[in-house]
Design a protein. Structure first.
Length: 501
């Protein structure tokens, strides 16, 4: 068995099926002896490795019971060392034939890297000052039938890491730390909103109408009702129904689904925060956006100054605020305040070599958006609010009182990427109905991302919705920013992947 353990230290040189068979044979032998590790239902550990190592003086020479996965093992005749990894740390254990007895020690020597074991013993330091557990008892709790990859030096292939996140979390400890940080970030966002008296709610994932954003939905079928249904592409419309119903402040952190392309910033399902506050507007939403980002960074990371992909960014409140038209003028000298017709705007786009891919979008508003994407977005490194968006691309936002072609909408950009979207919410049911009609016309003309008519939402607005500010923030992108992650797949435990077969 010792020879088998040494062989397994060179996984890359041996056939994986052969190694798995060796482990299965060991399991069969244990089961024949009535020692099936899979029959263990509970193990009472007293402490984690992290607790012991961070409070050594408290634990020195005291008995503890720990449990975890074997990640290293060194057999030296009648005494051995092994290292286990639990939920928060690694810890070494000294195991000897004198403490365990001949039979238990012989059994211990057959255990493999990856096996999950329990150890009872006292805490001490070795001659090299390493905090360890001197084992008095050891117990096999679960048998690992598949060797860990790359001799435990790490799982490097990104595709394999995403597909086998369970292995990734074992062999790349920094990955686990990132997801612990994600949990803390979401908790902090909740804390900030609850301090401001927002009520957390849950709304349906399955809907009979796709709405609340411009995106291609996933379609499924409800067998009992015999109707097609849509996985939600946004949280917006149901949350605004609650504002109509008398909630002053509501929010939801939940999964949304968009049947669109995939890249380092987009996954078909992702986590979104949406919040709505009665009697507030998009300027108030700017303030709370600054607070969410800056406080979360300060209280989780200890600073508002971060580095994202080599760029130094300061999230301290006081972010730049500039209209979309002024940002374009700043970037390329074109002033859309002087361009009033669709024809003029389309002509200018063609002169600049900008292609409008969809004939239904040859409007002044769509061209303004096109110019912004081309000349401005990538330049916005420090946090910036771009506000007053064209009405054509903002079907759920209020028009600006002094300029009916633009809306009280903003998006926030950091490091050249969009992180949030907010409106002074449209609460005029007549105007909303007309904008929904235009979305329906666009869909009938072939725009798969255009929204649908939501008669019930119009009815809700007819009941009366107070002036309302609304905000949406991509939680995954916020986590990417605060963990310096280049891809959304790095902050999703189980990102969407194409099947291997």
């Amino acid at each position: 068995m010792q020879e088998n353990n040494n062989q397994e230290n060179n996984v890359e040189e041996l056939d994986i099926n052969h190694l798995m068979q060796i482990r299965r044979d060991k399991l069969a032998e244990l089961q024949e002896q009535g020692k099936d590790p899979y029959e263990v239902t509970k193990f009472n550990r007293t402490n984690t490795a992290g607790e012991i190592k961070s409070n050594y003086e408290e634990f020195e020479q005291k008995d503890v019971t720990v449990a975890g996965r074997i990640i290293a093992k060194r057999i030296m005749g009648k005494a051995s060392f092994c290292t286990i990894q639990d939920c928060d740390e690694k810890i070494q254990s000294y195991v000897s034939i004198n403490d365990l007895g001949e039979e238990s020690y012989k059994e211990f020597k057959t255990w493999d890297i990856g096996d999950i074991i329990g150890i009872t013993g006292f805490v001490f330091k070795t001659r090299t000052e390493e905090i360890s557990v001197h084992a008095k008892e050891v117990k096999l709790l679960s048998k690992s039938l598949r060797p860990l990859p790359e001799k435990f030096h790490g799982l490097k292939d990104p595709d394999l890491r995403y597909r086998q996140r369970y292995t990734d979390l074992i062999v790349n400890p920094e990955v686990k730390e990132k997801f612990i940080l994600r949990s803390k970030i979401i908790s902090k966002v909740r804390q900030i909103l609850e301090e401001k008296k927002y009520i957390e709610v849950e709304t349906p994932v399955l809907n009979t109408i796709s709405g609340g954003a411009t995106a291609r939905p996933f379609i499924t079928h409800h067998n009992s009702l015999n109707i097609d249904m849509f996985l939600r592409i946004a949280l917006e419309l149901n949350l605004k129904r609650l504002i109509v119903g008398g909630f002053d402040k509501v929010y939801e952190i939940g999964r949304v689904f968009r049947n669109e392309g995939m890249d380092i910033r987009h996954n078909p399902e992702f986590t979104e925060l949406e919040l709505y506050a009665a009697y507030e507007d998009f300027h108030d939403m700017m303030d709370i956006t600054e607070e969410i980002f800056s406080r979360t960074a300060q209280e989780i990371l200890g600073t508002t100054k971060i580095t994202y992909q080599g760029q130094e960014i300061d999230l301290k409140p006081g972010w730049k605020r500039i209209t979309m038209i002024d940002s374009i003028k700043e970037a390329c000298g074109v002033d859309f305040n002087e361009i009033n017709s669709d024809e003029e705007a389309v002509k200018l786009a063609k002169e600049r070599g900008l292609e409008i891919p969809d004939k239904t979008k040859e409007t002044r508003g769509d061209v303004i958006s096109l110019f912004f994407d081309e000349y401005v977005e990538n330049t916005l490194i420090q946090p910036t609010f771009i506000y007053e968006y064209p009405v054509e691309i903002s079907p759920l936002a209020k028009k600006c009182p002094n300029n009916k072609k633009m809306t009280e909408r903003f998006e926030v950009f950091i490091g050249g990427r969009e992180y949030g979207n907010a409106f002074s919410e449209l609460n005029d049911p007549i105007d909303q109905y007309e904008r929904f009609k235009k979305q329906v016309e666009a869909k009938e003309a072939g725009d798969e991302e255009a929204g649908m008519m939501d008669e019930d939402f119009i009815q809700a607005l007819e009941i009366g919705m107070p002036p309302t500010g609304g905000l949406g923030i991509g939680i995954d992108r916020l986590v990417m920013l605060l963990t310096d992650s280049i891809s959304i797949r790095d902050v999703l435990l189980f990102p969407t992947m194409r099947p291997l077969s």
